[in-house]
Design a protein around this ligand. Structure first.
Ligand code: SAM
Length: 325
Protein backbone atom coordinates (compact mmCIF):
# COMPACT_ATOMS: atom_id res chain seq x y z
CA UNK A 1 0.00 0.00 0.00
CA UNK A 2 1.12 3.55 -0.60
CA UNK A 3 -0.03 7.07 0.11
CA UNK A 4 -1.10 7.68 -3.50
CA UNK A 5 -4.73 8.77 -3.92
CA UNK A 6 -6.55 5.85 -5.49
CA UNK A 7 -10.25 5.77 -4.71
CA UNK A 8 -12.01 2.49 -5.26
CA UNK A 9 -15.60 3.22 -6.24
CA UNK A 10 -18.38 0.73 -6.93
CA UNK A 11 -19.80 1.54 -10.38
CA UNK A 12 -23.42 0.78 -9.58
CA UNK A 13 -23.84 3.19 -6.62
CA UNK A 14 -26.43 5.30 -8.43
CA UNK A 15 -28.55 2.37 -9.62
CA UNK A 16 -28.54 0.97 -6.10
CA UNK A 17 -29.51 4.38 -4.67
CA UNK A 18 -32.48 4.51 -7.07
CA UNK A 19 -33.60 0.93 -6.40
CA UNK A 20 -33.35 1.22 -2.62
CA UNK A 21 -35.11 4.60 -2.62
CA UNK A 22 -38.03 3.31 -4.69
CA UNK A 23 -38.29 0.13 -2.61
CA UNK A 24 -38.44 2.19 0.57
CA UNK A 25 -40.97 4.71 -0.73
CA UNK A 26 -43.21 2.03 -2.24
CA UNK A 27 -43.30 0.13 1.07
CA UNK A 28 -45.93 0.39 3.78
CA UNK A 29 -44.86 2.16 5.98
CA UNK A 30 -42.41 4.19 3.88
CA UNK A 31 -38.74 4.28 4.84
CA UNK A 32 -35.37 5.51 3.59
CA UNK A 33 -31.89 4.07 4.03
CA UNK A 34 -29.87 6.42 6.25
CA UNK A 35 -26.60 5.60 4.46
CA UNK A 36 -27.83 7.90 1.67
CA UNK A 37 -27.78 10.97 3.92
CA UNK A 38 -24.12 11.45 3.11
CA UNK A 39 -23.62 13.34 -0.15
CA UNK A 40 -21.25 16.35 -0.02
CA UNK A 41 -24.02 18.53 1.49
CA UNK A 42 -25.02 15.77 3.94
CA UNK A 43 -21.37 15.40 5.03
CA UNK A 44 -21.24 19.16 5.65
CA UNK A 45 -24.50 19.22 7.61
CA UNK A 46 -23.37 16.21 9.65
CA UNK A 47 -20.26 18.18 10.62
CA UNK A 48 -22.56 20.96 11.84
CA UNK A 49 -24.53 18.37 13.84
CA UNK A 50 -21.31 17.19 15.46
CA UNK A 51 -20.64 20.79 16.55
CA UNK A 52 -24.14 21.33 17.99
CA UNK A 53 -24.41 22.01 21.71
CA UNK A 54 -27.19 19.38 22.02
CA UNK A 55 -25.24 16.65 20.20
CA UNK A 56 -23.33 15.33 23.23
CA UNK A 57 -22.15 12.19 21.37
CA UNK A 58 -19.23 13.82 19.56
CA UNK A 59 -17.74 15.49 22.62
CA UNK A 60 -18.12 12.31 24.65
CA UNK A 61 -16.35 10.07 22.13
CA UNK A 62 -13.84 12.80 21.30
CA UNK A 63 -12.91 12.93 24.99
CA UNK A 64 -12.28 9.16 24.97
CA UNK A 65 -10.07 9.37 21.89
CA UNK A 66 -8.26 12.54 22.97
CA UNK A 67 -7.40 11.36 26.48
CA UNK A 68 -7.28 7.57 26.21
CA UNK A 69 -5.71 6.94 22.80
CA UNK A 70 -2.47 5.83 24.47
CA UNK A 71 -4.36 3.07 26.35
CA UNK A 72 -6.38 2.18 23.24
CA UNK A 73 -3.24 1.91 21.13
CA UNK A 74 -1.57 -0.18 23.84
CA UNK A 75 -4.53 -2.59 23.81
CA UNK A 76 -4.44 -2.88 20.01
CA UNK A 77 -0.70 -3.41 19.78
CA UNK A 78 -0.22 -5.67 22.81
CA UNK A 79 1.05 -8.58 20.69
CA UNK A 80 3.50 -6.33 18.77
CA UNK A 81 2.61 -7.61 15.26
CA UNK A 82 1.86 -5.42 12.22
CA UNK A 83 -1.81 -4.89 11.35
CA UNK A 84 -4.34 -3.17 9.08
CA UNK A 85 -6.54 -0.63 10.86
CA UNK A 86 -9.83 -0.65 8.94
CA UNK A 87 -12.29 2.10 9.84
CA UNK A 88 -15.93 1.55 8.83
CA UNK A 89 -17.82 4.80 8.10
CA UNK A 90 -14.73 6.90 8.82
CA UNK A 91 -16.36 10.30 8.23
CA UNK A 92 -13.86 13.13 8.70
CA UNK A 93 -11.72 11.01 11.09
CA UNK A 94 -11.48 13.93 13.56
CA UNK A 95 -11.75 11.44 16.42
CA UNK A 96 -9.73 8.55 15.03
CA UNK A 97 -6.86 10.91 14.16
CA UNK A 98 -5.92 10.86 17.86
CA UNK A 99 -5.54 7.08 17.76
CA UNK A 100 -3.62 7.25 14.46
CA UNK A 101 -1.23 9.80 16.01
CA UNK A 102 -0.68 7.67 19.06
CA UNK A 103 0.06 4.58 16.93
CA UNK A 104 2.52 6.55 14.77
CA UNK A 105 4.19 8.09 17.84
CA UNK A 106 4.74 4.55 19.12
CA UNK A 107 6.26 3.55 15.74
CA UNK A 108 3.66 0.84 15.16
CA UNK A 109 3.65 -0.87 11.78
CA UNK A 110 0.14 -0.50 10.36
CA UNK A 111 -1.86 0.69 7.35
CA UNK A 112 -5.00 2.79 7.74
CA UNK A 113 -7.91 1.72 5.52
CA UNK A 114 -10.88 4.10 5.90
CA UNK A 115 -14.12 2.85 4.31
CA UNK A 116 -16.98 5.21 3.58
CA UNK A 117 -19.97 5.30 1.27
CA UNK A 118 -19.36 9.00 0.68
CA UNK A 119 -16.85 9.52 -2.14
CA UNK A 120 -16.28 13.04 -0.89
CA UNK A 121 -15.24 11.70 2.55
CA UNK A 122 -12.69 9.30 1.08
CA UNK A 123 -11.12 11.79 -1.35
CA UNK A 124 -10.94 14.35 1.46
CA UNK A 125 -9.25 11.89 3.85
CA UNK A 126 -6.75 10.74 1.23
CA UNK A 127 -5.86 14.32 0.40
CA UNK A 128 -5.75 15.82 3.88
CA UNK A 129 -4.71 13.13 6.39
CA UNK A 130 -1.20 12.70 4.88
CA UNK A 131 -0.69 16.47 5.29
CA UNK A 132 -1.35 16.12 9.03
CA UNK A 133 0.29 12.69 9.44
CA UNK A 134 3.01 12.41 6.75
CA UNK A 135 4.13 8.92 7.86
CA UNK A 136 0.62 7.48 7.58
CA UNK A 137 0.14 4.65 5.08
CA UNK A 138 -3.47 5.20 3.89
CA UNK A 139 -5.70 3.53 1.32
CA UNK A 140 -9.31 4.73 1.20
CA UNK A 141 -12.13 2.53 -0.04
CA UNK A 142 -15.35 4.16 -1.25
CA UNK A 143 -18.47 2.00 -0.99
CA UNK A 144 -20.79 0.07 1.29
CA UNK A 145 -19.37 -1.43 4.52
CA UNK A 146 -19.26 -5.09 3.54
CA UNK A 147 -18.40 -4.71 -0.17
CA UNK A 148 -15.36 -2.69 0.87
CA UNK A 149 -14.55 -4.77 3.94
CA UNK A 150 -14.21 -7.84 1.70
CA UNK A 151 -11.67 -5.90 -0.38
CA UNK A 152 -9.94 -4.58 2.72
CA UNK A 153 -9.46 -8.03 4.24
CA UNK A 154 -7.78 -9.15 1.00
CA UNK A 155 -5.27 -6.28 0.92
CA UNK A 156 -2.78 -8.14 3.11
CA UNK A 157 -2.53 -11.17 5.37
CA UNK A 158 -1.78 -9.01 8.40
CA UNK A 159 -4.11 -9.14 11.38
CA UNK A 160 -7.07 -6.76 11.29
CA UNK A 161 -8.24 -4.16 13.77
CA UNK A 162 -11.65 -2.81 12.78
CA UNK A 163 -12.81 0.60 14.06
CA UNK A 164 -16.55 1.24 14.05
CA UNK A 165 -17.08 4.44 15.96
CA UNK A 166 -19.43 7.43 16.19
CA UNK A 167 -22.30 5.18 17.26
CA UNK A 168 -22.71 4.05 13.61
CA UNK A 169 -23.91 0.71 15.01
CA UNK A 170 -26.76 2.73 16.55
CA UNK A 171 -28.10 3.40 13.06
CA UNK A 172 -29.26 -0.24 13.03
CA UNK A 173 -32.04 -1.94 14.95
CA UNK A 174 -30.74 -4.40 17.56
CA UNK A 175 -31.65 -7.30 15.23
CA UNK A 176 -29.75 -5.66 12.33
CA UNK A 177 -26.81 -4.94 14.63
CA UNK A 178 -26.69 -8.68 15.48
CA UNK A 179 -26.67 -9.59 11.77
CA UNK A 180 -24.04 -6.94 11.12
CA UNK A 181 -21.69 -8.13 13.89
CA UNK A 182 -22.15 -11.80 12.90
CA UNK A 183 -21.30 -10.98 9.25
CA UNK A 184 -18.34 -8.90 10.38
CA UNK A 185 -17.07 -11.79 12.46
CA UNK A 186 -17.26 -14.11 9.42
CA UNK A 187 -14.84 -11.84 7.55
CA UNK A 188 -12.33 -11.69 10.40
CA UNK A 189 -9.90 -14.25 11.85
CA UNK A 190 -9.40 -15.43 15.43
CA UNK A 191 -7.74 -12.74 17.57
CA UNK A 192 -8.63 -9.88 15.18
CA UNK A 193 -10.04 -6.92 17.11
CA UNK A 194 -13.08 -4.68 16.84
CA UNK A 195 -13.29 -1.27 18.52
CA UNK A 196 -16.93 -0.33 18.54
CA UNK A 197 -18.73 2.78 19.87
CA UNK A 198 -22.13 2.77 21.59
CA UNK A 199 -24.24 5.64 22.82
CA UNK A 200 -25.53 4.66 26.26
CA UNK A 201 -29.07 5.00 27.62
CA UNK A 202 -29.39 8.20 29.63
CA UNK A 203 -31.88 10.97 30.42
CA UNK A 204 -34.52 10.75 27.65
CA UNK A 205 -34.79 14.55 27.32
CA UNK A 206 -31.06 14.80 26.69
CA UNK A 207 -31.25 12.13 24.00
CA UNK A 208 -34.28 13.63 22.28
CA UNK A 209 -32.72 17.12 22.23
CA UNK A 210 -29.70 15.74 20.36
CA UNK A 211 -31.99 14.66 17.49
CA UNK A 212 -34.41 17.59 17.62
CA UNK A 213 -32.14 20.61 17.98
CA UNK A 214 -33.55 24.11 18.33
CA UNK A 215 -31.51 25.40 15.38
CA UNK A 216 -33.14 22.93 12.97
CA UNK A 217 -29.85 21.39 11.77
CA UNK A 218 -31.12 17.80 12.15
CA UNK A 219 -34.23 18.86 10.24
CA UNK A 220 -32.03 20.13 7.37
CA UNK A 221 -29.99 16.90 7.49
CA UNK A 222 -33.14 14.81 6.95
CA UNK A 223 -34.63 17.11 4.31
CA UNK A 224 -31.32 17.09 2.43
CA UNK A 225 -31.96 13.46 1.46
CA UNK A 226 -35.10 14.58 -0.41
CA UNK A 227 -33.01 17.28 -2.08
CA UNK A 228 -30.40 14.67 -3.01
CA UNK A 229 -33.12 12.52 -4.61
CA UNK A 230 -34.29 15.59 -6.58
CA UNK A 231 -30.74 16.23 -7.84
CA UNK A 232 -29.47 12.72 -8.48
CA UNK A 233 -32.60 10.69 -9.23
CA UNK A 234 -34.67 13.30 -11.06
CA UNK A 235 -37.15 13.76 -8.20
CA UNK A 236 -39.52 16.66 -7.56
CA UNK A 237 -39.97 16.70 -3.76
CA UNK A 238 -41.15 20.08 -2.49
CA UNK A 239 -39.25 20.28 0.81
CA UNK A 240 -41.79 22.69 2.28
CA UNK A 241 -44.37 19.90 2.18
CA UNK A 242 -42.44 17.74 4.70
CA UNK A 243 -41.72 18.22 8.41
CA UNK A 244 -39.07 16.62 10.63
CA UNK A 245 -40.27 14.64 13.68
CA UNK A 246 -38.08 12.86 16.27
CA UNK A 247 -39.07 10.51 19.11
CA UNK A 248 -37.26 8.59 21.84
CA UNK A 249 -38.59 5.53 23.67
CA UNK A 250 -36.66 5.03 26.95
CA UNK A 251 -37.92 1.45 27.26
CA UNK A 252 -36.49 0.15 23.99
CA UNK A 253 -33.70 2.75 23.71
CA UNK A 254 -34.79 3.55 20.13
CA UNK A 255 -34.56 7.16 19.01
CA UNK A 256 -36.26 7.50 15.62
CA UNK A 257 -36.54 10.29 13.10
CA UNK A 258 -39.28 10.74 10.52
CA UNK A 259 -40.35 13.11 7.78
CA UNK A 260 -44.09 13.78 7.85
CA UNK A 261 -46.00 14.66 4.69
CA UNK A 262 -47.91 17.87 5.42
CA UNK A 263 -50.46 17.26 2.67
CA UNK A 264 -51.91 14.72 0.30
CA UNK A 265 -49.41 14.82 -2.60
CA UNK A 266 -47.77 12.97 -5.48
CA UNK A 267 -43.98 13.06 -5.84
CA UNK A 268 -42.25 11.87 -9.01
CA UNK A 269 -38.88 10.13 -8.98
CA UNK A 270 -37.87 9.64 -12.60
CA UNK A 271 -40.88 7.96 -14.15
CA UNK A 272 -42.27 6.63 -10.85
CA UNK A 273 -45.09 8.47 -9.08
CA UNK A 274 -45.24 8.08 -5.30
CA UNK A 275 -48.36 9.00 -3.35
CA UNK A 276 -48.15 10.52 0.14
CA UNK A 277 -51.26 10.92 2.26
CA UNK A 278 -51.54 13.89 4.60
CA UNK A 279 -49.63 13.06 7.84
CA UNK A 280 -48.10 9.91 6.35
CA UNK A 281 -44.54 9.41 7.60
CA UNK A 282 -41.25 8.31 6.07
CA UNK A 283 -39.09 6.54 8.65
CA UNK A 284 -35.64 8.08 8.13
CA UNK A 285 -33.24 6.77 10.77
CA UNK A 286 -32.89 4.93 14.05
CA UNK A 287 -30.29 5.88 16.67
CA UNK A 288 -30.36 2.97 19.08
CA UNK A 289 -29.18 3.54 22.67
CA UNK A 290 -27.70 0.68 24.69
CA UNK A 291 -27.30 -0.48 28.29
CA UNK A 292 -23.88 -2.01 29.08
CA UNK A 293 -25.48 -5.44 29.51
CA UNK A 294 -27.02 -5.18 25.98
CA UNK A 295 -23.53 -4.52 24.59
CA UNK A 296 -21.96 -7.57 26.22
CA UNK A 297 -24.87 -9.69 25.05
CA UNK A 298 -24.42 -8.44 21.49
CA UNK A 299 -20.72 -9.39 21.59
CA UNK A 300 -21.39 -12.85 22.99
CA UNK A 301 -24.27 -13.61 20.60
CA UNK A 302 -22.19 -12.70 17.54
CA UNK A 303 -18.92 -14.50 18.29
CA UNK A 304 -16.87 -11.78 19.97
CA UNK A 305 -15.31 -11.63 23.43
CA UNK A 306 -15.54 -8.25 25.20
CA UNK A 307 -12.03 -7.25 26.36
CA UNK A 308 -12.04 -3.65 27.55
CA UNK A 309 -14.27 -0.57 27.78
CA UNK A 310 -13.36 3.11 27.55
CA UNK A 311 -15.83 5.74 28.86
CA UNK A 312 -16.03 9.53 28.83
CA UNK A 313 -16.21 11.27 32.23
CA UNK A 314 -20.05 11.40 32.21
CA UNK A 315 -20.42 7.78 31.04
CA UNK A 316 -22.55 9.00 28.12
CA UNK A 317 -20.67 6.87 25.62
CA UNK A 318 -18.48 3.77 25.50
CA UNK A 319 -15.86 2.52 23.05
CA UNK A 320 -15.59 -1.24 23.61
CA UNK A 321 -12.77 -3.50 22.45
CA UNK A 322 -13.92 -6.96 21.37
CA UNK A 323 -11.79 -9.86 20.18
CA UNK A 324 -12.90 -12.48 17.64
CA UNK A 325 -13.57 -15.48 19.86
C1 SAM B 1 -22.52 9.24 11.70
S1 SAM B 1 -21.16 9.44 10.59
C2 SAM B 1 -19.85 9.02 11.71
C3 SAM B 1 -18.48 9.33 11.19
C4 SAM B 1 -17.32 8.95 12.10
N1 SAM B 1 -17.24 7.51 12.30
C5 SAM B 1 -17.41 9.65 13.42
O1 SAM B 1 -17.46 8.97 14.44
O2 SAM B 1 -17.39 10.87 13.46
C6 SAM B 1 -21.40 8.03 9.62
C7 SAM B 1 -20.40 7.84 8.47
O3 SAM B 1 -20.60 6.49 7.98
C8 SAM B 1 -20.75 6.52 6.57
N2 SAM B 1 -21.69 5.43 6.24
C9 SAM B 1 -22.99 5.32 6.61
N3 SAM B 1 -23.53 4.18 6.15
C10 SAM B 1 -22.53 3.54 5.47
C11 SAM B 1 -22.46 2.29 4.77
N4 SAM B 1 -23.52 1.49 4.68
N5 SAM B 1 -21.28 1.95 4.20
C12 SAM B 1 -20.20 2.77 4.29
N6 SAM B 1 -20.21 3.97 4.94
C13 SAM B 1 -21.35 4.34 5.53
C14 SAM B 1 -21.28 7.91 6.24
O4 SAM B 1 -20.97 8.32 4.93
C15 SAM B 1 -20.62 8.78 7.32
O5 SAM B 1 -19.39 9.32 6.88
Amino acid sequence: MSTTTTIETTTDNKTQFLQETLTGLQSEPKFMRSKYFYDATGDRIFQQIMEMEEYYLTNAEMEILRYQSAQLSQAITADGTAFDLIELGAGDATKSIHLLKSLLDNKMEFSYVPIDISEHVISDLEENLPKKLPELDIKGLNGDYFDMLKKATQLSDRRKVVLFMGANIGNMTIADAEDFCSSLKQLLSPNDLLIIGFDLKKNPQQILAAYNDKGGITRSFNLNLLQRINKELDGNFNLENFEHYASYDPASGACKSYLISLKNQIVNIGRQAIHFAENEYIFMEISQKYALSDIDQLAEKTGFKPLQRFFDQHQYFVDAIWKVD
